[in-house]
Write a protein that binds this ligand. Structure first.
Ligand SMILES: [Cu+2]
Length: 227
């Protein structure tokens, strides 16, 4: 009976305090210009060439490091795009980059957090990178200038990829003061000081500042290597 009660209690306990809310954004002329610049203009693609959605990523900056289980995820090259366009993983995770197109791709990054060059490889082949440093890694293809992928690497579990409408939820956050960061491609990230109480925190943010550097520059790199 006591065991049953204990189990019941475990089941009914909430999953810790959550930081949740919604991140809004308005796409301006600058974002449209940047997007047009990196639109695929080549031929030879049989599948869709529309890029995958570019979601908001949110995290608690400066949270104490927590040892987490590494993950293995895939970022495919299909229709001359990286799919998904944005991933967020714990430190030590491996990202596989399989080529599903009928032509060669190359996967590389000059990001400070992780520099690599996987070389050119054809359809059916896959190469991978294990991410040993936290930060934002801007992944490109040397063959196709427009291709973009972003790998966010964290040494703590307090991060989330927002839904398409910008709503997000970071569960199990210990009470305390934090800096919440919201990132989205083509926007300058926003930061907000927050306090998480025993019942969590509800925080809505708005991305408004347009990216004021050329599309060739690494978006957000200067701001986002702190996690
Ligand atoms: Cu390519």
């Amino acid at each position: 009976m006591r065991l049953c009660l204990a189990l019941l209690l475990l089941w009914t306990l909430p999953d810790g305090a959550a930081v949740a809310g919604k991140v809004g954004w308005t796409e301006g002329a600058a974002q449209k210009k940047l997007k047009a610049k990196i639109k695929y203009a080549g031929t030879g693609v049989s599948g869709p060439t529309t890029p995958d959605p570019s979601p908001v990523v949110v995290w608690l900056e400066g949270a104490a490091a927590v040892k987490m289980e590494a993950r293995s995820v895939e970022v495919r090259q299909e229709g001359a795009e990286f799919r998904p366009r944005v991933v967020a993983v714990p430190l030590g995770s491996t990202v596989k980059f399989p080529n599903g197109d009928d032509f060669f791709h190359n996967v590389f990054s000059y990001s400070k957090a992780e520099r690599f060059d996987l070389g050119k490889y054809p359809k059916g082949e896959s190469k991978s990178v294990t991410f040993e440093h936290k930060g934002l890694i801007d992944v490109r293809c040397e063959v196709h200038d427009h291709m973009r992928s972003y790998v966010h690497v964290f040494d703590h579990p307090y991060f989330a990829i927002a839904a398409e409408d910008g709503s997000y939820r970071i569960p199990n956050v210990p009470p305390g003061k934090y800096t919440l960061v919201a990132w989205k491609e083509f926007f300058d990230p926003v930061r907000q000081e927050i306090e998480v109480k025993a019942d969590g925190a509800k925080v809505d943010l708005s991305l408004t500042r347009l990216l004021d550097r050329p599309a060739e520059a690494v978006p957000g790199a200067a701001c986002c290597d702190a996690r």
